[in-house]
Each structure stands twice: as structure tokens, then as C-alpha cells.
Design a protein around this ligand. Sequence first.
Ligand code: G3I
Length: 459
Amino acid sequence: MAMIIPRGPVRPLRPARRPRVRRALVLGTAGLLAAVGVTAQSGTAEAAGTLGSAAAAKGRYFGTAVSAQYLGESGYVSTLDREFSSVTPENEMKWDAVEATRGAFTFGPADRIVNHAQSRGMSVRGHTLVWHSQLPGWVAGLGAADLRSAMNNHITKVMQHYKGKVFAWDVVNEAFQDGSSGARRSSPFQDKLGNGFIEEAFRTARAADPAAELCYNDYNTDGVNAKSNAVYAMVKDFKARGVPIDCVGFQSHFNSASPVPSDYRANLQRFADLGVDVQVTELDIEGSGSAQAASYGNAVSACLAVSRCTGITVWGVTDKYSWRSGGTPLLFDGAYTKKPAYDAVLAALGGSGGGGGSGGCSVSYTRTAQWNGGFNGQVTVTAGSAPINGWTTTVTVTPPQKVSATWNGTPTWDSSGNVMTMRPGGNGHLAAGASTTFGFTVMTNGNTSAPLLGTCTAS
Ligand code: G3I
């Protein structure tokens, strides 16, 4: 097909419909919206044999916490871009970061993460709106009426700023006590506004961005225990009374004193059975070697066994920047080398193991241009550790999107017109590790979702 590259003004687009979990699964909600300019972006969100692409094949996202301060480090960014399909700002969206002074909002660091994610087609989880920690002193000093007003204003302003860019928010974080009481945790919100503060926060959040998934997020709730029972009772009550809640986040910080619980899957399932999505939101597991790997594999498998477990986020890219760096709890070591835990996660996700692998190939996607009504996508096909003579991959768009042009490949289509199978335009030979690209134009027809890449098959 002749090469046609539409031109037009580059400007942000807004999503056309309410994001649901499925929308976050591949290149994600965040594939929407970004004004990336007309210059090709390096980095990718999806490639066969990566965490993100393997999770996408299972209908899930695989994310990581990200700190804006490391976005200038090439090893950090290349690992992030290659492996992950979703990000959560580790600290940059917390109250002390965005509203340190009442009414004065600072979005710069969080915006940097969101912009990075969007330009690479990654979705963004918002963390967190109402939390007792990393809370500026001025909030704790307010009287009840003022505090209510400040809480609702904070939720509203932050969510409106990120409207259409954040697919799920941890609206309230860690509101329950540890231990056997099942009681609420003391906090300025609890102590001054009473039990109703969580419900109020969720109602305010729904009004601020009706399209965002609204989550309650906590730790030590990963297995069945008094704390998770208390959260369960709250969610059940919310669902019964129509209080808007869409998902529950399970932080999943594990170590030898707090291992992956044997009833992890069952606990995720009982929450899902209440009619909410569940997400593993801050996974890290201290340890090393095969023991750590086995625990990671078990944790990921538990999520995959629950159909409403819609995604997994690990709490950082590399051990060296983990909040528990001494416990080496993540998937990449300080040199960004994949650990056995990485291999176990990829295997649990059904991934191909090795970003192309011997004799295989991998694919990655980059949006290279965007304008009102369309965007150009580019797929890079990379041979694995052996030469290949040909390759095949698929690109699936979301109706009513239509692919209006392609270049540097030979496309065929399924009957729906949504699934394009692409083969080489000419000689498909690639030396080991060598790459080629093909491109296409998508007319959005109101839907700016990024396309889904299938796996790459070499011949
Ligand atoms: O930015 C300041 C820096 O200016 C200052 O020089 C330095 C001195 O200590 O502190 C820096 O802030 C630190 C911040 O991380 C950013 O690096 C804080 O001290 C430090 O307390 C903060 O830790 C974060 C922690 O939340 C705070 O509660 C961790 O990075 C973050 O991983 C952790 O994340 C939480 C989740 O939000 C909720 N669930 C538990 C999870 C782990 O604790």
C-alpha cells in the first residue's frame, strides 16, 4: 500500500469512553491522549517476551512504581520502557507532593511520569488521594468542616488535572489498622470526619472523574485475616448501598516475616466475587535466587487465577532504588540485570523468555505522530539470537478505529477489519539481533486507544 502520512495539528486527545479494566490491558488507556509530537519516540511498551507483552496476552497490565528523579538514567528508562505497560508514580502524586501548601498545586514531577508513560503507551495508576502518611502538616491542623472541604477539594483538583490520563486511582490508602481489631486507623480524616470519610472520598472521586476506576488500597490485606475481613465488609457494604467503588488494591509487600499467603488467590477471589476488580498494586518480595523466584511466580499465578485480577504492579524497577533496597525485593538488580524472579514472573505470565529468544523475534510499538483524528504507529521487529528469514505479527485496533494506510510491510486482514496481520514487504531476512520497522495510520473515529500487538512469529 502506498505510504500516506496524514499531517495535522498535534494536540492532546481525550478518551471517548469510560476506561474499564480491559482498556488498560495492552498499550493501555495511557496510549490515549499523549501529545507526543511528530518525532519518533524511542522505547516501547510492548514486546513479545517482556513482562508487559506477556501480561497483555493474558488480558492484564504489568506495571511498576516509577520515581521522576530517575527518568534521566538510561538503564532505568530503557528497562522501564522495554518491560512495563503501566506505571504508578511512587511518591509524586501524594498529598505532600501535589498540595504541600493549601490550594497551591504542584504537578510537575507527576506530570513528567504521566507524560513519559503516555508517550510510550503505558497506562497510569494514580497513587494516592487520601492517606494519613506523606500528608502535609496543614491538613492535620484543620477543624472538621475545613478538613472535609480540603479533602474534597484535593480529590477534585488532582483527579481533574489527570482526567482521562489515569485509569485507576487509589482513592483511599491504608485506612485500617493492623492486627486483630479490624478497626479503622487513627488519622486526621478518621478522627475528625468519622467512618464516613471513605465513602465521602469515593463519592467525590466519582464526580471528579466518572471514567476512572476508584480503588481502595491497603497492605497486610493480602490473605484472609482480621484486617482484610474489615476491608471486605466495607466493600460489601459499599456495593450494597451503591457507594462508588470499582476495585481493591492489594499492596503485596512480602518478606520472610510476611510471605505470600497460602490463601492469597482465595482472598483476591472473594473480593472479586463482591463485584469489584482486584489489582496487585505494590508487589515486592524480599530475598534472592530461586526462593524469591518461586514466591514471585506464586504471587503472579494467584492473580492470573482470578479473572477480575486485572493487573500487577511491582514497587519499583530496580533493587537499588527500592524503598527496601537492602532486601533486594524487585525483578532487576542494581545493574538492571534480570533476576531469577524476573524469569519466574515471565514464565508465570506464559511469556516467551528472553525478548526474542533463540531463533525467534520480538515486536515493540511506538506512536510516532498524533493529530486530531488520527495517529501513526510504528512497530519494530527484532530478530532474537539467531538470524530469521521472515516474520509475522498482528496489530489489533479498537473499533471504531480504522487503519487507513500502512508502509514497509504486507498486510492482510481478518473479517472484522480490526486485526491486521503484517508480514515483510520484501525480503524478510534479519540477522541475529537486527531490526526492521513497519508503520501504519489509525483514524481514531473518537477512540484514541493504542493498538494491541500480537506476538512475533519467526520463520
Ligand atoms: O524527596 C525527599 C528528599 O528531598 C529528602 O532529601 C529525602 C531525605 O530523607 O527524603 C526524600 O523523600 C523521601 C521520599 O520517599 C522520596 O524518595 C522520604 O524521605 C521517604 O520517606 C519516602 O518514602 C516513600 C514511602 O512510601 C513514604 O511513606 C517510598 O519512597 C515509597 O516507596 C513508599 O511507598 C509506600 C506506598 O506509597 C504505600 N504503601 C507502602 C509503600 C512502601 O512504604
